[in-house]
Design a binder for this molecule. Structure first.
Ligand code: SIN
Length: 519
C-alpha cells in the first residue's frame, strides 16, 4: 500500500509549525483542544463545518451517574452487558468513574443541560441502561447545543486555531515517530507537530444506509493505517434500531432517538403487536444489537420494509417540548407522532472499532493519539451502550490532552520535530501512475452496496468471503491511479476501512454483540 496518498514535490508545500494538531471538530476534537495547556499551540483541522459531524447530530445525550439511585457499578455493569462482555474493564472503570467530572466541566463553560422542576439535571433512559442516567440539552438536541457552546469557548482560547474546510490526507512519520500531518486546502500544506490527535469521527458513509453525515468516510483511520497504526475490533459496526424510514436513497437517514423508547415508546410490528415483549428481559429497551436484529426478523416476516414506533401515549405538547427536533422532522414527513405510529428501520449508526489506544489515547506510534469514534479504547466492546459515545469523547479527550501537556521530554521532542519537518517527505519521486478519473462516484456507491450486502446486521462466511474479494479488487483498482483531489482520497479511504472491516469480520467466526454470523 502506498505510504502517502498524494505525491507532490515537498519544496512546493507550504509549512506551518505547531505543538499539537487535532483532526476533527466534533466533541472529541473540541474537548481535547479545550484541555490542551495554553502554553502549547494547537490547530484543530476540520474537513467540514462543525455542524456536519456525528457529535452535532447526537440527540439522546450523555450517560453519567448523577443521581442518588444510581451507582458507578451499575453504569459499569450496563456497559459490560451491552458490550457482550468484550469491553476493556479498566477503560470502562475510567469512563464511568470520571464521567461526572466532565459533565461538571461542560456546565462550568456554559453548556445548558435540561433541568427538572427541582432544578436538578433531568435524566432519561435509553436502551441497555438499567437506570435513568442520560443527561441532555435542548430536549433532543444535545449534540447541537454542546458543539455550538464548545466551538465558541475553544475558538476564544488564545492558543487554539480552528480551521474548517481542510482535508486531512496523511499523518507524517519520521523514524517511527509522529512528525505532523499533510493536508489539502486550496493546495497542499504540511503542519509539523510532534503530537497529532485523530478525532475524525465515524465511518458510516461506507454503508448504503446510515445516520452519519457525508464526511464520515473513515479518513482518520485510513490515514493511520497507512502510517502503520494498530487497529482493533474492526468487525463491530453498530446499527441503530430506529432510523426514520425513507423511501429515497438518502445520503443520511434521520435518527429517532432511543430516548423516545426511554420515555415510553413501543415498537410494534405490521399487526400492531409489541414484539419485543418476551424476546429480552429489557423488552423495548434491550441493547441495540438485539433490538436491531429483532426488527429485521419482523421486517423479513412482513410485507413492509419497516416496523412502527408508537409514542401516541404522550400528548402533542409533551412531544413538542421533549423531542422538538424529532417532532419537526416527522411533521415534515406528514406524521403527527402524537397520533400516528412512526415507521422506523435499522441503519448503520456507530463504529466500535478503530485505532487501538490506551487509557491516555496513545496509539502504537509515539506522538499519535486517537479519540472518539475513530479510536478503540475498548470501552464499547462488541456493542456500544447508548449515550456512552459522547461520554467517551469527553473522558478520553481530556485524558489525551493531559498526557500531551505532561510529557516529560516535551521540549526535546518539539525541537526535533521542527528540525525534521522540512526533510521528512523529501525522498520524493514522482509517481508513474496514470491520473485518477475525475469521477469516483460509481466506485463509492459500489463500496456502500457491498458493505450493506455482506457485513450488515446479519453476516455469513460465504458473503464475507465474496465481499472481501470485491473490496480487494476495488482497492487495487483505486490504488493504480495517481490522486489529485480530496474526493479521490476519500474513496480510497473508504476502501481501506471497508477492507479492514471485511477482514476482521472474516477472522471472527463466532457471533458476538453487533457481529452476528449465521454461518
Ligand atoms: C440516540 O439518541 O438514540 C442515539 C444516541 C447514541 O447513539 O448513543
Amino acid at each position: 500500500m502506498r505510504r502517502y496518498v498524494f505525491d507532490y514535490p515537498p519544496d512546493q508545500i507550504k509549512k506551518h509549525d505547531c505543538d499539537v494538531v487535532i483532526i476533527g471538530s466534533g466533541l472529541a476534537g473540541l474537548y481535547t483542544a479545550l484541555n490542551i495547556d495554553e502554553s502549547l499551540s494547537c490547530v484543530v483541522l476540520s474537513k467540514e463545518k462543525n455542524n456536519d459531524c456525528n457529535s452535532f447530530l447526537a440527540q439522546g445525550g450523555i450517560a453519567a451517574v448523577c443521581k442518588q439511585d444510581d451507582a458507578f457499578e451499575t453504569h459499569y455493569n450496563d456497559t459490560l452487558r451491552a458490550g457482550a462482555r468484550l469491553c476493556d474493564k479498566e477503560a470502562v472503570k475510567v469512563l464511568v468513574g470520571e464521567a461526572p467530572e466532565d459533565i461538571l466541566k461542560l456546565m462550568s463553560v456554559g453548556v445548558a443541560f435540561d433541568m427538572d422542576e427541582q432544578g436538578h439535571l433531568h435524566v432519561t433512559q435509553e436502551g441497555g441502561h438499567s437506570r435513568k442516567r442520560v443527561v441532555h440539552c435542548g430536549g433532543d438536541a444535545t449534540g447541537r447545543e454542546v458543539i455550538q457552546k464548545l466551538t465558541e469557548v475553544v475558538a476564544a482560547r488564545p492558543n487554539v486555531t480552528i480551521k474548517y474546510d481542510t482535508f486531512f490526507a496523511d499523518v507524517i512519520t519520521d523514524k517511527g515517530r509522529t512528525a505532523g500531518v499533510w493536508t489539502y486546502e486550496n493546495g497542499h500544506k504540511l503542519y509539523a507537530a510532534p503530537n497529532v490527535v485523530i478525532c475524525s469521527g465515524g465511518i458510516g458513509q461506507i454503508y448504503r444506509y446510515t445516520t452519519n453525515p457525508a464526511g464520515a468516510t473513515g479518513d482518520g483511520i485510513a490515514a493511520a493505517v497507512r502510517a502503520g497504526i494498530k487497529v482493533r475490533h474492526m468487525e463491530f459496526v453498530q446499527f441503530h434500531p430506529t432510523a426514520l424510514f425513507n423511501q429515497k436513497e438518502e445520503e443520511r437517514f434521520f435518527l429517532v432517538s432511543e430516548a423516545v423508547r426511554g420515555e415510553g415508546g413501543i415498537l410494534r410490528n405490521e399487526k400492531g403487536e409489541q414484539f419485543m415483549k418476551g424476546r429480552h428481559p429489557m423488552g423495548d429497551l434491550a441493547p441495540r444489537d438485539i433490538v436491531a436484529r429483532e426488527i429485521m426478523k419482523e421486517i423479513e416476516k412482513s410485507e413492509m420494509p419497516y416496523v412502527y414506533l408508537d409514542i401516541t401515549s404522550k400528548s402533542k405538547q409533551y412531544l413538542v417540548d421533549r423531542f422538538p427536533t424529532i417532532y419537526q422532522e416527522c411533521e415534515k414527513q406528514g406524521i403527527d407522532m402524537s397520533e400516528q405510529f412512526i415507521p422506523v428501520c435499522p441503519v448503520q449508526h456507530y463504529f466500535m472499532g478503530g485505532i487501538e489506544t490506551d487509557l491516555n489515547g496513545s496509539s502504537n506510534i509515539p506522538g499519535l493519539y486517537a479519540c472518539g469514534e475513530a479510536a478503540c479504547t475498548g470501552v464499547h466492546g462488541a456493542n456500544r451502550l447508548a449515550s456512552n459515545s459522547l461520554l467517551e469523547c469527553l473522558v478520553f479527550g481530556r485524558r489525551c490532552a493531559q498526557h500531551i501537556n505532561h510529557q516529560s521530554d516535551w521540549s526535546a521532542i518539539k525541537n526535533n520535530v521542527k528540525n525534521i519537518a522540512g526533510t521528512v517527505i523529501s525522498d520524493f519521486t514522482p509517481s508513474l501512475e496514470p491520473p485518477a478519473p475525475n469521477d469516483f462516484s460509481q466506485t463509492r456507491q459500489e463500496i456502500k452496496k457491498i458493505m450493506h450486502q455482506y457485513v450488515g446486521i446479519n453476516r455469513n462466511a460465504q458473503g464475507i468471503e465474496k465481499g472481501l474479494k470485491r473490496i480487494d479488487s476495488i482497492a487495487e483498482d483505486i490504488e493504480s491511479f495517481r490522486f489529485s483531489t480530496h474526493e479521490h482520497v476519500e474513496v480510497w479511504n473508504m476502501a481501506t476501512v471497508a477492507r479492514q472491516i471485511m477482514r476482521a469480520a472474516g477472522e471472527r467466526e463466532e457471533s458476538i454483540g453487533a457481529h452476528y454470523r449465521e454461518s
